[in-house]
Design a binder for this molecule. Structure first.
Ligand code: GDP
Length: 631
């Protein structure tokens, strides 16, 4: 699941555009609709042409509400930067763009909107040139620029298509087994109690889960879940999630709190950060400045300890340690923004290097800086895991090559990731070398497994009388490359997810059951077969009496053996015929259809069908009218 966030100057048409794209007016508050201005975050969702549902967070564009904007853009997969064609780039266009850049929101589409107000196409070209210049050097420098009018609808389909394309390039959010929901809204619903919303990351939440709200550490339980106003049993990473929680009162939760499983995250009040100061800040950053730290949906006051330098000038990157007034929840690699409290100004931002530094660092200590640089680069396990997310399933050799790790580092990292169950190892009997074994991120494996379960279950539902799904059909549905498919099926069989018999893949608990009416017709059919074992009813007759599915099931289960498209014998009769024909040929060398017909007092049709079948399976060969055993 994905989430898009809007960005752009106030009044440039963000909310109108979201409403035009989704049919949902994202401005929730009466006051906002009266003043025609977004103050709080708004939410909507959009169904892409490929059927994927994407959440949209609509943020305020007014300078005074930039901090509300910051609570909304954490965790988004792509930005929709909206610029009104009549006004072009304005101050909050730049500020929002800078924030997207600091947060490294890689996906994005830029929209020149309100084009219905512009008659002169040259003007649009000029505005677009200006926009391109501003995007240059930022995360959005290669983003498509789309021209639309929310009023006339012009360009909206192309915009949706551009969003689809950009999202398709973004990796799905990983399931690391430790969900966290940074809370961006808290409210109550009469009769249900407390509801919190946010963009879920790092794991799955389920109804009934015990949860904890940090930093306060209150515990509760998930009573209900919704995504895009639909009830769900579970919520997946990357989705807009509303959780109804019991055991916690509405005034015990605030925006910026984090909902997690108990014990999986810890509060911190001291963090080591890498900081990039924006090029246009009004003054350099000094040691011990007071700042506001925005991380996920939270906002706290903090003091900056500037490491390794006397001051940090505009546009420079450096290391800082911050100590926050209230505890926060953060993980290495999280992105953050710093602002000056007053007068309000976005200073810069960057990435969390260490959320639990052991002590207050000395300001000028080469070892401290070295350590921060080493962590910034990531442990071999991180590097390997990230590589695996990028390549998907691959042999260990390929993966290690891709990650550019030394063999020793790769070994340790691999063991760690397999032990922590972040990697799934696909055991292969053929691969004697460890490097030829395949691994994939556990999250990816789980999603393939879920797909297989869904496919096989759906197949059983559609064809209850069939033993299972042909292996080939499953392969083409899963769209896995053949080697991976074979390894995966072997693993699913070992894990008891599926069983396989004669090239048919089934759920372990699937049983073919005929209904009473079918049972009765099958009984009659058996009687007719025993009355004329060598000249039984034709397959066509059977199909019109029993139905095609039932006949196919009887053949699949082996009760009947089809020797041609028209003729089937009961299994024991078929076996008897094969034995007796073989025996006859051993002693008499040849057999003709006429001889067969006379011996079994049947017709030529049955004789030909069986003998041709024996040729076809390679037991016999035909010369003229005579069939002989194959050498
Ligand atoms: P936001 O502050 O960026 O969310 O901007 P709004 O969506 O509230 O739009 C600001 C104003 O621009 C409103 O009066 C809208 O009716 C108007 N507007 C928005 N989109 C268009 C458009 O495509 N064409 C025209 N002519 N007006 C628009």
């Amino acid at each position: 699941m994905r989430v898009i966030g809007t960005a752009g100057h106030v009044d440039h048409g963000k909310s109108t555009l979201v409403a035009a794209l989704t049919g949902i007016n994202p401005d929730r508050l009466k006051e906002e609709q009266l003043r025609q201005m977004t103050i709080e975050l708004g939410f909507a969702w959009l169904t892409l042409p490929n059927g994927e549902e994407v959440g949209i967070v609509d943020v305020p564009g007014h300078r005074d509400f930039i901090e509300n904007m910051l609570a909304g853009v954490g965790g988004i997969d792509a930005a929709l930067l909206v610029i009104a064609a009549d006004e072009g780039v304005m101050p909050q266009t730049r500020e929002h763009l800078a924030i997207l850049d600091l947060l490294q929101i890689k996906g994005g589409v830029v929209t020149l909107t309100k084009i219905d107000m512009i008659d002169d196409p040259d003007w649009l070209d000029l505005v677009e040139l200006d926009v391109r210049a501003v995007l240059n050097g930022t995360v959005l420098q290669d983003a498509p620029v789309m021209r639309v009018s929310a009023r006339t609808g012009e360009g909206l389909p192309a915009l949706t298509a551009a969003l689809s394309e950009v999202l398709a390039d973004q990796p799905q959010r990983a399931d690391l087994g430790r969900p966290r929901l940074p809370i961006d809204r808290v409210f109550t619903i009469a009769g249900f109690g407390t509801v919190v919303t946010g963009t879920l990351s790092d794991g799955v939440l389920k109804i009934g889960d015990e949860i904890e709200i940090l930093p306060a550490g209150r515990s509760g339980r998930i009573r209900g879940l919704q995504s895009h106003k639909r009830k769900e049993q579970s919520a997946v990473p990357g989705s807009r999630t509303a959780a109804n929680i019991s055991g916690i009162a509405v005034d015990e939760v605030r925006r910026g709190d984090v909902l997690t499983h108990p014990g999986q995250y810890r509060n911190t009040h001291r963090l080591d950060l890498q900081l990039r100061l924006l090029p246009d800040v009004s003054a350099p950053l000094h040691h011990f400045s007071e700042v506001k730290l925005f991380i996920a949906a939270s906002e706290v006051l903090a003091r900056v300890r500037l490491l390794g330098v006397e001051e940090l000038a505009a546009g420079e990157t450096g290391w800082i340690q911050v100590e926050t007034q209230q505890p926060v929840v953060a993980v290495r690699g999280d992105r953050y923004i710093l602002r000056r409290p007053s007068p309000g100004e976005t200073l810069g931002g960057g990435v969390v290097i260490d959320p639990f530094p052991p002590r207050r660092h000395k300001r000028f200590d080469a070892q401290v800086i070295e350590r921060l640089e080493a962590i910034r680069k990531g442990t071999p396990a991180d590097v390997l895991y990230q590589a695996s997310l990028a390549v998907g399933a691959a042999s260990i050799r390929e993966l290690v090559t891709h990650a550019r790790l030394s063999p020793a580092d790769a070994q340790t990292a691999l063991r760690e990731l397999i032990q922590n169950r972040q990697f799934n190892l696909l055991k292969s009997a053929e691969a004697s070398l460890e490097s030829e074994q395949w691994v994939m991120p556990a999250s990816l494996w789980n999603s393939h497994t879920q797909k297989v379960i869904n496919e096989v279950t759906a197949y059983h539902k559609n064809y209850p009388l069939r033993l299972g799904m042909p292996r080939q059909e499953l392969a083409s549905r899963l769209k896995l490359q053949p080697r991976l498919f074979n390894l995966a099926v072997a693993q699913w069989r070992r894990e008891g997810i599926v069983v396989e018999k004669g090239g048919l893949i089934a759920s372990p608990d699937h049983r073919v059951r005929f209904d009473p009416r079918q049972q009765a017709t099958i009984e009659q059919m058996r009687k007719r077969f025993s009355e004329a074992p060598y000249a039984p009813p034709s397959i066509k007759d059977l199909q019109s009496e029993l139905g095609e599915e039932v006949v196919a099931a009887l053949i699949e289960q082996g009760e009947l053996v089809a020797v041609s498209s028209e003729v089937a014998f009961q299994k024991q009769i078929y076996q008897q015929l094969v034995e007796e024909v073989t025996e006859h040929l051993r002693t008499h060398q040849t057999l003709t259809a006429a001889q067969f017909r006379d011996r079994y007092q049947t017709s030529r049709r049955y004789a030909l069908a069986l003998l041709e079948h024996l040729d076809a399976i390679g037991l016999t060969v035909r010369q003229g009218d005579e069939h002989r055993l194959r050498e």
